[in-house]
Structures are given as C-alpha cells and as structure tokens.
Design a protein around this ligand. Sequence first.
Ligand code: AHG
Ligand code: MN
Ligand code: MN
Length: 337
Amino acid sequence: MHIGTTLTNCIIETQRNIKSATGEFTGLLNDISVACKKISDLVDKGDLIDVLGSAESENVQGETQKKLDIISNEVFISALSQNGHVAGLASEEMDEVINLPEGAVRGHYLVLFDPLDGSSNIDVNVSVGTIFSILRAPEGVANPRAEDFLQPGTRQVAAGYCLYGPSTMMVLTTGQGVKMFTLDKDIGEFMMTKGEASIPEDTQEFAINMSNSRFWEAPVKRYIDECLAGKDGERGKDFNMRWVASMVAEVHRILQRGGVFMYPLDSKTMAKGQEGKLRLMYEANPMSFIIEQAGGAATTGRERIMDIDPQGIHQRVPVVLGAKNEVERVTRYHSEG
Ligand code: AHG
Ligand code: MN
Ligand code: MN
C-alpha cells in the first residue's frame, strides 16, 4: 500500500540539505503542526464544546476577540514554548512580544503568528486559518525584544498557513517553492497533496471588500472600475469577484486557481491612523513569501511588501498580491497617480 509523504518527511528532507542543521527547525515545524492540529480539532467541534462566539474582550488593536482567537493563541504559545525550538514569539493577540519563562530552553528562531485569521467567519462556519512567519533570532539573545523581531520579510526562513476549511490544509514555504499538505484526521498526519504550487501570471478573478470603494485611492478605483467594465472596457475581458473575509482562504484560492487579492490603503483606516488593515509581520509578510515562491507578486501598491523595513510588531500595510501581471498593473497605476 502506498503511504505518501508526510509534512515531517518533507521537513527532514529539507534539513538534510543544510550541513549545519541540528534538527531544531524540524522540531519547530513539528510544534507548529501540532498546534494547528489542535486548533483544527477545536474548530471542527465548534458549538459542541462551546468555543464559538465573542470573548467580550479587546486585543491590542482594539478588535473584539472571539473565544477561539484567545484559545488558538494559547494553544500556539503552549505548543511552541515548551520544546526549546524558539527564542521568542509574537502574536496578533498579544500587545508585547512573548519571552519564554526563566530557565526554559531557548532555540534559535522567532515565530510571529496570527492564531486565527478571518475570525469574523468562525461563528458562521466559514473557513478560518492560522498564519505564521519564522525568523532567526539574533545570536546570544535570551529574551528577544520587539526590535529583534523587526526584520524585513526577505529575512524569513519559512512561512506558512493552516486553513481550517472543508479539509484542514497546511501550506508551507522554506524558500524553495510552496508545498501543500492535507490533514488525514484518521491518522493525524499532514500528507503532501501538492508538491509545487504555482500562480498563473494573468487572471480574471479579483478579491476586494467592495463596501470600502468610496474610501479607496484613485489608482485602486481605476483598476477595479476597469475589471467591472469587463469585455466592454479597457481590459477586454470579464472578471469574476470573490470575498471570503479570511485572508487565508483568499490566498489559498489564488494558489489553487489564480487571482488577485487586495486590501488597499483607504481613507477609513487612515482616519484611524492606520496604514491599511492587514498586519505586516504576521499576515502580509508570510503571505507575500508564499505568493512570491509560487511565482506571484506582493506589493503595497507602491513597494514590494517583503522589502519594507518594519517599524512595529503590529504595523499595518496595504496589500496587493497574487497574479504577477495584475499586481504589476495595480502598482503601475499607483506610480501614474
Ligand atoms: P483577523 O481575523 O486575524 O483580524 O484578520 C481578518 C482580516 C483578513 O483575514 C481579511 O482579509 C480581512 O481582515 C477581512 O476584512 P473585512 O472585515 O474588511 O472584510
Ligand atoms: Mn488575520
Ligand atoms: Mn487573527
């Protein structure tokens, strides 16, 4: 009987090619996969175990937390801080970076994560996910500070997400393409189901929250208007639209069948003093790494996301990602004003 390749097999194989590898990275990815399996199980059980609904608390960004935002955050912290593979953690749900307890064994990696992305969808039983970005910790730092995490996306060692949809899927890049794994819940293993994801350069599908259109800048309005004009307009072809409101689900769709996703700068978020909606360190950077590794592109409309010099753990940025030619077009429209 053919068994196939597990996520663990794949990571061990990646480490085999690195002479100095100690197994720590394999251990870290294993910790992440355990956390995601646990979250997947909680999402599956939902109302049966009373994990849905609001926690009636706010995170550092002033967003109301769902019970599962808090529980997933705890699961991730617990799974990642007890095995000596990380030096520190940072989470969407935590104001400050997380240091390990005194005496705990420290590893060489920093992990930034969004424990539950798209959590507004959790109560309506629509796909949610977990996003993570892995960086190297500075040498000899036992308790990394926020500054140590503020590295540009180009320095990511690995990035991935786990999608809790009809199937639970882990999608991972270590800088050598993008691989997809589907959780076989009977045996508790993520099995490789796609060895090389690739995004077509062109598309006829876009994803944007249209209800924000009156707040957009002119270049974004121009791009979307041209898409909506379809065959009769500038583009000479009809476009389809999707908006799940879970970035993980949108990125997954783009990896599977192409498309472009945008959460651009808008005057609504600017009025709150924010440069966009999505967070650079644990949403935009890891997703950009994955998208670029699959042959797509990711910019703010003005610059490559992974080149941004980060200023804060919870910094927000505009995001335009997916099909290369579409992202280049949107970016050109911004440069033309
Ligand atoms: P989170 O649930 O982690 O706060 O992230 C939600 C994000 C992202 O997943 C999604 O693309 C976007 O917010 C949805 O925004 P709208 O509610 O404006 O549609
Ligand atoms: Mn999110
Ligand atoms: Mn979240």
